[in-house]
Each structure stands twice: as C-alpha cells, then as structure tokens.
Design a protein around this ligand. Sequence first.
Ligand SMILES: Nc1ncnc2c1ncn2[C@@H]1O[C@H](COP(=O)(O)OP(=O)(O)OP(=O)(O)O)[C@@H](O)[C@H]1O
Ligand SMILES: [Mg+2]
Length: 640
Amino acid sequence: MNRRRPAPATPAGLPELATSRFHPWFGDLQRLSLWRMLTRLPALIATALRWSWKASPRDTLLTVGLNIAAGALSAIVLTAVVGILQGLFAQGPTPERLQAALPSLLLAGAAMVTRAALRSAAIWAQGRLTPMVERAVEVELVSLTTATRLEAFDDSDWCDQIHRARTLGVYEAGRITGYAADIATELISLLAVATVVTVLHPVLLPLLALTVAPVGWAAIRSARMRYARMRALSTSNRLLYMYTHAMTEREAAAELRAYAMRPMLLAEFARISDHVRDALLAVVGRQTTTRAVGDVLGGIATLATYAALVALLLAGLMPLAVAGAAYLALGQGKAALDRLMNAVNSCYESGLYLSDLLEAFDQARRRTPPAAGTTSPGPLEELRVQGVDFAYPAAEANALTGVSITVERGRIVALVGENGSGKSTLATLISGLYVPDAGTITWNGTDIADLDPDELHARIGLIRQQYHQWPFSAERNITMAAPGTADPDRLGRALRLSGADQVVADLAHGLDTPLDTRFKDGADLSGGQRQRIAAARGLYPQADLVIADEPTAALDARAEERLFSTFQAAADGAAVLLITHRLASTRSADWIYVLDHGHVVEQGTHTDLITHGGLYAELYGIQAAAYNGATPHRHTEEFL
Ligand SMILES: Nc1ncnc2c1ncn2[C@@H]1O[C@H](COP(=O)(O)OP(=O)(O)OP(=O)(O)O)[C@@H](O)[C@H]1O
Ligand SMILES: [Mg+2]
C-alpha cells in the first residue's frame, strides 16, 4: 500500500508545484542517455506503425509507400543533376554540351514533377491517417480507463498520467507515423546523396556527416528538454485545467461568486500559470543555447567541407565539373540531413509522448482486475462481509478494519454511524467497485471476486450518496442502470416508488427532456428532484440487493416517507442495505450495524441498541430530542 507524507500545501491547500519535480520518473528521464533514446526509436516507430495499421492499413501503406517512392525519386533527381553538370562542364562546343546534358535535364524535370505529385499524395494519405490514429488511440484509452479498478482514480500519479495521455499522448500518436515516413524518405534521399558524393570523392562523405551532426544533436537535445519539462509540469497543468474549468463552467459559478472566491482563484491561477510560464521560458533559454552551440559547430563543419572541396580542386585532385556536382550534392545532402534530423527529432519527441501514452495503457492494464470472474451470481440469499479491511491508496489509516456484516434476502439491514465512519466505503466494496485489502465478501457463499462483474452489478441496485447526473434524457438517466431497451413497466414502477414521476411530469418534454441545460430544451433540477432521479435509477433494475446510501438526504418529508416504505416493500423479495442518518427510519430495520472509525462497534435491532445505551442510543437520543423540543445539554454548551 502506498503511504506518502502529505505534500506541502499551497494557499489553496493543493500540492506545492515544485513537488512535481520529485516525481519518480523525473530523475529517470534525466539519466536516460541520448543513445538509449535513439535505440528506442525503432521500437517506437514500430508501435506507431502498428497503431496506424490498426487504424487504416490502406492509408498506412500509402503514407509509407508514397514517401519512400518520393525519396527514391530524389536519388534520380540528384543523379540527373550530376549528369547535367558533367554534360555542361565537359569539353567541346556549347550546343554539343547542351545536347549531352539534355537527357539528364528531361529526366530531372520528369522526376521532380513526379516527386511533387507523390509528395502531395503522401500528405493526403498522412492527413487521413492522423485523425484515424488519434481516434483509435482515444478509443483504446477510454476503453482501458473505464475498465480499471475504481481505486486508480484515488491515485494522483495515475490522474496525472491519464491527463498527459489525454491531452498530449493522443495528439502526438496521430503524428508519429507521418514523421516515421519522413525519416524513411529522407534516409533514402540521403543514401542517394551519399552514393553520389562517395563516387565523386570518398572524403566528401565524412565531411557531409560532420556538417549536420551537431545541428541534429542540438535539435534532439532540446526536444528532450521540452519533453522533460512537460512531464515535470503535468501536475501544474492539471491544476490549471481544474481552475480554468471552475472559472469557466456553470457548476462552480454560483459558489465562486457567493464566497467571493474570484480574487483568490485568479491569484492562484496566476501563480500556477507563472510557474508554468517560467519553467517553459527557462527551457527556451537552455534550448536556444544548445541550438546555438549546434549551429556554430555545424557552421564550422560546413566551412571545413567547402574548404576541403576548394583544396581538392586547387590540388588538381578533382576536375571542375566534379567539384560543381559535389558542391550541389553536398548542398542537397545537407538539406536532406537537416530534414532527416528534423524528422528524427519530431519522431523522437512524439515517440516520447507515445511511450508515455503506452505507459498509461500499461498502467491501466495493471490497474484492471486480472481476469473477471465467470461464475453466475444467482438470486441472492445471503451476502456476507467477513473481516474486511480497506485503506484508500493515498490514506494513512484504514477506512475499514475487521468489518463483518450479513445481509439476507427479505431483510432490511441498516448501516449507521457518524460522518467518515466508513459507510459509503463499505457500500462501494459490497458493490464490487473496491477490492478489500483483507477479508472476504461473499454472495451466497461465493467470493464476489469470482463472480461475473456485469451480472453482479445487474443484481445490485445502487443508489450512491454522490450520484452523477448524466447529460442524457430523464429516461436514460433512470434506465441506464440496466442494459437493453427500457422496460415501460419497470420504468413506471421506478418512477412511482422514487417520486421521480412528479419530477418528470413537470418537465417540458417529459422523459425525453435532457437533464442538462447545455443542450437544447435541457432542464435543470432541484437537489431533491435530482435525488429522486438517482433513486429511480437504483430501483429500476429490480435488483436482488438494493444498496441505498443516504437516499433521502435531499428529500422532503413526504418523499422520504414514500421512499422508506418502498424499501420495506422491496425487502419482500430483495435484500436492502440502507445507509442513513435519519434514525427514525432505521427503527423498522431488521438489523442495524453501527460503524465508528471503520469498525462495527454495535449491532442489533433498534430496541437492542437503545437498551444497550451506546453510540446508536446517543445519536438517536440527539435526533429524538430535537423533535421533542428538548435540547441535549452537552450540545447547547458547544453552540453557545
Ligand atoms: N476516495 C477517497 N480517498 C481517500 N479517502 C477517502 C476517500 N473517500 C473517503 N475517504 C475517507 O474514508 C473514510 C470513510 O469515508 P466514507 O465516505 O466511507 O464515510 P461515510 O461513513 O460514508 O461518511 P458520511 O456519513 O459523511 O457519508 C473517511 O475518513 C474519508 O475521509
Ligand atoms: Mg457516506
């Protein structure tokens, strides 16, 4: 289990920005040598090609094939240009020399036109490939993230990783195949130039390599700096994203104004964005220095190359025609090497983001339950929780320790306890969404980990304390808890029992109304109305086990009364686990468990627990006193 010291707090109580420097991967990245990075490139290109192939075999073939063909044509162009020069610089009268150069001239022209056409076609195929790869990668990302265990989302490193994958990885993955194709094109062009210059004079080849190597080194080094900084800034960028969301979306708009949070939010936003800006500016400075060093070294090498050419010419070791061709070939070679370095650089940078994305995929796979159980759960007779311990990934202490409870068909079991005592955590574990660190949860004697998760979820009607209102129609918001098309009878029952029928009756388009005002004809609901919809969602599947976590917190007295009688009626054929602070409602429960700091401290019927005079009796006493008009002495003192 991951145990960390709390990070130093910012004015907003969020992690200090500089702490992101100490993410474990940061040091690794700094230590990774350029050579190792380059040796990883082929594997990254292979992965990129696999993704492209998966997205569209035809466009992958076209992108790679057309680029390679364009590269091959560069070789023809260069050979033809050398032919033109040799023809022109040969001995003899001008018309004859022109005639000698003509075939090469025609060949060069035809090759150039064809190369331009092939390049355009390659750009077209590449343009098609990019969105297709992006989509395939995005689909893979969401299909993996939605399969992970729920705990993954309690881990900030995972949240950072997914944020990077979503915002950068997906985008870069779409581009890497194009860069890989560019590398192939430029390699072929370069091969042609290398052959030509070697034929012209063997010393020209090492000189050519020397000219571009420093520039390439600088470009790759600066890409690495940018990427390392991007990773180091991912927490800050996520914070910025959160702040932007809070300041531009409706959800937080009212609180932002009511609590006069604007100055604090703007100051915090400025502080983080300044931090990001300064970090990026620092990289720009270091990148410029690196590039300048590369350019200066490259310039010196270029001078040396041309000096060598002149020296060869003066020494009579190279005829003028060959020197002219060599000059041209060297220029082309330098341009091709420049483009190759650019392509390697871009490919390498995208590759870094892609490997980060692949790491996110791996992490997601590691956080996915190994093999889902296949046993069919069957109708519930008894659900038993035995000696369960559970701690949240980032928490110091257990949220639950040694918890044992039993819920049987036809019974209402209530779970009570003060805030933070572990009730919702236990409900989430029973639903199979969290996995206990110790102990077992069995469904008719079978560990729920061995049960088919989809079938298990279909047998549990969960009304969560923190429910999400989906931007769907009212009907979909209710029926989404069961797969398949909506069953009108079950829908009618769920609407009636939850009181959501009155909500829907007031909606302009009834069940078809989108429950989100960002959409046309969308409606917004009151807190209690939302809770009725959430209750209807949990009741719709007519599940074997209804887990209702604070289902009436926002309901009016009549709706609350109706929902509790619903649970009693439901308990005829199902089991009900009711979590509530309204202790008047737990009086009729068949059995009550009292949780305190993650332990079951009391259990029994209402009468047993009142007689026992423990925590339950105290909490019940406080509520009853409020209704009887009396105020418990202890609390009066605290409030005065
Ligand atoms: N996602 C989480 N990550 C870390 N700790 C959590 C998380 N959710 C809850 N906790 C902690 O676990 C403990 C139990 O929380 P839980 O939500 O189960 O309490 P509860 O009994 O349902 O409280 P309430 O009556 O307020 O709903 C609390 O200390 C809470 O702060
Ligand atoms: Mg709770």
